[in-house]
Ligand binder design. Structure first.
Ligand code: GLP
Length: 237
């Protein structure tokens, strides 16, 4: 596990350089993307680098981690909408090669891991981290051998994400997420965390015991993980 600790701005730049390296080495790479406020700086930087000709997404295939159950991709709080508007529309990607789990066709979740495998497996999976240590929407207690599945969101997660909705009532109660095993199958993983509010869970996840009660702690067992933290998120390490 490698830690990269810097300012928020430099974290985004350093993380983006990993994509430059990977895509220049293998233009048809399979990438796993994440949503949330944390990767926004990275996504802006990737758009800038793409416009400057430093990297191309033309032959890339992507799989997103998760999606709210019940939200159509045109809903402005769906993760499909988030990805379209915060990354895909700003780069030269072929949208038909971008995958986000369906929030409407829940049965399709069962096929998501097979699709990833068929595409060659994920080379680099990007992750944020929830306040309770969730990765994707794998809440505490999720079995480590889980693949893409439907989950009930905890009250803590719904409250944390309510800031993006008009009210807490509008936050979906369920989501479809890659499982812990799906994430661990990626050949490399990049987790980003920003701000003081993440300092405690960062410490628990990466210096505490590996336990399903802290889903991100499983990453300690992955052979290639980079943790990108700003100084605040790293302040308790
Ligand atoms: C959501 C997403 C996670 C994300 C987390 C943290 O719950 N499902 O993938 O990591 O939020 O979000 P933020 O980056 O806004 O703190």
């Amino acid at each position: 596990m490698k830690f990269i600790i810097d300012t928020e701005e430099n974290i985004a730049k350093k993380a983006a350089q990993r994509y430059v390296e990977i895509l220049n080495r293998k233009p048809d790479t399979v990438l796993g993307f994440a949503t949330g406020s944390t990767p926004l700086g990275l996504y802006a930087e990737l758009q800038r680098l793409n416009a400057a000709g430093a990297l191309s997404f033309k032959d890339v295939t992507t799989f997103n981690l998760d999606e709210y159950a019940g939200l159509d991709g045109s809903h402005d709080q769906s993760y499909r909408y988030f990805m379209d508007h915060n990354l895909f529309m700003g780069v030269d990607i072929d949208r038909s090669r971008t995958h986000v789990p369906s929030g409407l066709d829940i049965a399709a979740a069962a096929d998501y891991d097979r699709q990833i495998k068929e595409a060659g497996g994920i080379e680099l999976q990007l992750l944020g981290i929830g306040n309770n240590g969730h990765i994707g929407f794998n809440e505490p207690g999720t079995p480590i051998d889980s693949i893409t599945h439907l989950v009930d969101l905890t009250e803590m997660t719904r409250k944390a994400n309510a800031r993006f909705f008009a009210s807490l009532d509008e936050v979906p109660t369920q989501a479809v997420t890659m499982g812990i095993k799906t994430v661990m199958n990626a050949r490399s993983i990049m987790l980003m965390a920003l701000g003081k509010g993440k300092a405690d869970i960062v410490k628990k996840s990466f210096t505490g015991p590996v336990t399903p009660e802290v889903p991100a702690s499983i990453l300690q067992l992955h052979p290639f993980v980079e943790i990108y933290l700003d100084y605040e998120a790293a302040s308790m390490l």
